[in-house]
Each structure stands twice: as structure tokens, then as C-alpha cells.
Design a protein around this ligand. Structure first.
Ligand code: HEM
Length: 199
């Protein structure tokens, strides 16, 4: 995936200082698992029309699992974004008559980790929407409708930057983000089993 101009992923991973903030730690420790996910969805990025239904089903499976795996209380901005996205995905799945796999997961993800995944992933969605347009897809699914997430993302980043990167809560959040990414890995694999796409 080509990164937005001016964005240098590597610049954040060089300094693993013990007093780094939590945002830096999350970026450093979840970089690889995010890259793997990006890679798993490469067939969709190369031939979006061929894999559109499978991509939507995988997102529905992953986001549904993420929403039910979150520990309460939920972050409010995340809840709004999540319910809007799930609602749109549900309409897309109905429109395309998609089968959505149900994932097994443990219900124990830190709410800030879920916030990081739900809000952060909208950046990837924007990139994917532009890719659909580039490929001339006429009916862009509702899932890709632009959302107003930028303030929520800035707030969340400020909050994570204000938190220590070490300690039990930081460990919990970091492990929860990685577990959340793994839900999407599972979603991709289960959807691939169902549809034979993404390969
Ligand atoms: C084909 C699938 C995906 C692509 C192409 C993609 C691509 C991107 C891009 C280009 C960014 C912005 C720049 C960057 O940080 O590298 C981004 C950010 C992010 N994505 Fe993804 N993404 C995908 C799927 C996902 C999924 C399923 C999740 C988790 C639910 C996710 C979570 C995140 C997060 C948390 C960030 C913010 C990282 C940070 O700046 O701290 N992405 N993604």
C-alpha cells in the first residue's frame, strides 16, 4: 500500500525508549500485524470488483467481533463511528446478498484499543475508496462513504500520547490492539474459506 505523501512509517519505529508514549508504542508494536493485514487484502486492492463482496463480508465479520469483544465502558466517539459503519455494512451485505462468517473471540479488549482500531482503520478505508474510484467502480458501497472521524482521531492520539508506554494498562491496550488485528486476520481467512476469494 502506497502511504500518503509525507507519511513516514519508519520514522516512528527507530526509538524504542523506555519512556515513550503509548501512541508511539502502539505504532511500533502493531506495525507488522497491520502490514500483514494490508498484504492479505492485496487481491482486493489489485482487482476490487472481483473481491468486493468478500472484502465487505470480512469487514462485517471483523467489525462485529470487535464491537462485541470490547470491554465496557465504550469510548463514545468510537460507539458512534462503529454503529454507523456496522449499519452501512449491514445494508451492503444485504444488497450483495453476502454470507458473513461468525468469528470466535474472547470478550476482553480494552476500550481504548477498540477505539484505536475503529477510528484508525478509517484512514485505510479512505485509501481503499480512492482505489475503487480509480478502478472505475460505479456503485461505491455504503461502507466507503466518507465519515467525519478526524477530530475523534486527533483526540484519541492526544490521549494516547499523554499515557505512559509502559506498565500494566499500556501492556493491556497493546495486547488488545494486536488481538483486534488478529480478528481481522481471522475474518479474512474465514471469508476466503467461504468464497474462495483473496487468493
Ligand atoms: C486493505 C486493508 C487496509 C489498508 C490498505 C490499510 C491502510 C492504512 C493506511 C494507508 C493507513 C494510514 C497510514 C498508516 O498508518 O500506515 C492506515 C492506518 C491505520 N489502519 Fe489500516 N488499512 C487496512 C485495514 C485496516 C484494518 C482492518 C484495521 C483494523 C481494524 C486497520 C487499522 C488501522 C489503524 C489503527 C491505523 C492508524 C495507525 C496510526 O497512525 O497509528 N487498518 N491503514
Amino acid at each position: 500500500m502506497k502511504l500518503p505523501i509525507g507519511y513516514d512509517r519508519t520514522s516512528e519505529f527507530g526509538s524504542q525508549l523506555p519512556d515513550q508514549d503509548l501512541l508511539k508504542r502502539l505504532r511500533a508494536e502493531t506495525h507488522a500485524v497491520h502490514e500483514e493485514l494490508d498484504h492479505l487484502f492485496t487481491p482486493f486492492q489489485d482487482a476490487p470488483l472481483d473481491h468486493l463482496g468478500s472484502f465487505l463480508a470480512a469487514q462485517m465479520a471483523g467489525l462485529t467481533a470487535l464491537s462485541t469483544a470490547a470491554r465496557v465502558p465504550h469510548d463514545e466517539n468510537t460507539l458512534i463511528l462503529l454503529s454507523e459503519t456496522l449499519d452501512r455494512l449491514e445494508q451492503d451485505c444485504r444488497y450483495y446478498e453476502l454470507s458473513v462468517p461468525v468469528l470466535r473471540h474472547k470478550r476482553d479488549l480494552h476500550p481504548l484499543a477498540v477505539a484505536y482500531l475503529v477510528i484508525g482503520s478509517r484512514m485505510g478505508t479512505e485509501v481503499l475508496r480512492r482505489n475503487l474510484i480509480k478502478h472505475g467502480i460505479e456503485r461505491i458501497p455504503l461502507y466507503f462513504t466518507p465519515q467525519d472521524y478526524k477530530h475523534a482521531w486527533q483526540d484519541l492520539c492526544a490521549r494516547l500520547q499523554g499515557m505512559a508506554g509502559a506498565g500494566p494498562e499500556a501492556d493491556d491496550i497493546c495486547a488488545s490492539v494486536i488481538a483486534g488485528f488478529h480478528l481481522f486476520h481471522d475474518a479474512e481467512a474465514r471469508t476466503r474459506d467461504l468464497t474462495g476469494k483473496f487468493s
